[in-house]
Design a protein around this ligand. Structure first.
Ligand code: PMP
Length: 284
């Protein structure tokens, strides 16, 4: 694999980062994942805009322009011959060569790394045909989940809790309400109405969420953005998650309770189809 590190395209084994990098020592960094279908980038613009916002919120410098970012994405997709897969991008605050809680001076160069992941069959995934089983767990993450930081230890532990329980993923609960999935936004459908939590600092502002809600509205579907409990979701007709890497993923079981007939619901399946078709048409 050819990867990108601070201006250079290198074989992955030759890429180097300082051990003092604050991304490594303090999880002081942000990331984006953009999917690739048909060799093209899905919603690059959305990811670039959110990256800028994450950097601004953490007073971190932009490593390069949006145009350069697009060029790097495209070059890596071409060099690694990715038809279906992902481009992972990470920007960290870098380092001035020591460990300190105080941010290094503003002229310290951020570290930027990009790599691709080849995922043949990403769009036509067997997992999406089956649907996911989820469990609910407490949400004990920090209070700025709207910033896409690389602090992924708790989401990673949540995913492991799900695996150990024989499920695929976990939804997190705070103050009695579902926040989101470990790496996706959460929805249920009851009597034809799509329900999802409104945007705030409590959840990531999903790029896929934004696109899917727009497409649902255009398809005359009913949407309610409001807080909801896991009990409500368990009594739903359907449920699903959205993320850039899994698109619209049906949820067929919550805490051992099957939803509907235990297979992906019709509104969920329709949304997945619409999302994939429209996103591929708009891909660059
Ligand atoms: N919430 C969390 C916690 C996530 O990690 C992700 C995916 N990175 C999402 C939601 C979905 O966001 P997107 O649609 O932009 O991938």
């Amino acid at each position: 694999r050819t990867v990108y590190v601070n201006g250079d395209y290198l074989p992955e084994g030759d890429a180097k980062i300082s051990i003092f990098d604050r991304g490594f020592l303090m999880a002081d960094g942000v990331y984006e994942v953009t999917s690739v279908l048909g060799g093209k980038l899905i919603d690059f613009e959305g990811h670039a805009v959110r990256l800028k916002r994450s950097l601004d919120e953490l007073e971190m410098a932009e490593p390069c322009s949006k145009e350069e970012l697009l060029e790097i994405h495209r070059k890596l997709v071409a060099l690694n011959e990715i038809e279906e897969g992902l481009v992972y991008l990470q920007v960290t605050r870098g380092s001035d060569g020591d460990r300190d809680f105080v941010f290094p001076s503003a002229d310290t160069k951020p570290t930027i790394v990009l790599f691709t992941q080849n995922k043949p069959g990403l769009a036509d995934s067997p997992a999406a045909k089956k649907g996911a089983k989820i469990i609910s767990i407490e949400d004990i993450r920090w209070g700025r989940r709207d910033i896409k930081t690389v602090q992924l230890l708790y989401p990673s532990m949540g995913k492991m809790m799900a695996k150990k329980a024989g499920a695929d993923d976990a939804w997190m609960i705070e103050d009695g309400h579902v926040t989101e999935g470990t790496s996706n936004n959460a929805y249920f459908v009851k009597n034809g109405v799509i329900v999802t939590r409104p945007l705030s600092n409590d959840i990531l502002h999903g790029i896929t969420r934004k696109a899917v809600l727009r497409m649902a509205e255009e398809a005359q579907m009913k949407i309610e953005e409001r807080l909801f409990t896991i009990e409500e979701a368990k009594e739903a007709d359907e449920a699903f998650t959205t993320s850039a890497s899994a698109f619209v993923m049906p949820v067929v079981e919550i805490d051992g309770v099957a939803l509907g007939d235990g297979t992906p619901g019709p509104i969920t399946k329709r949304l997945r189809e619409i999302y994939l078709e429209e996103s591929m048409n708009a891909a660059i």
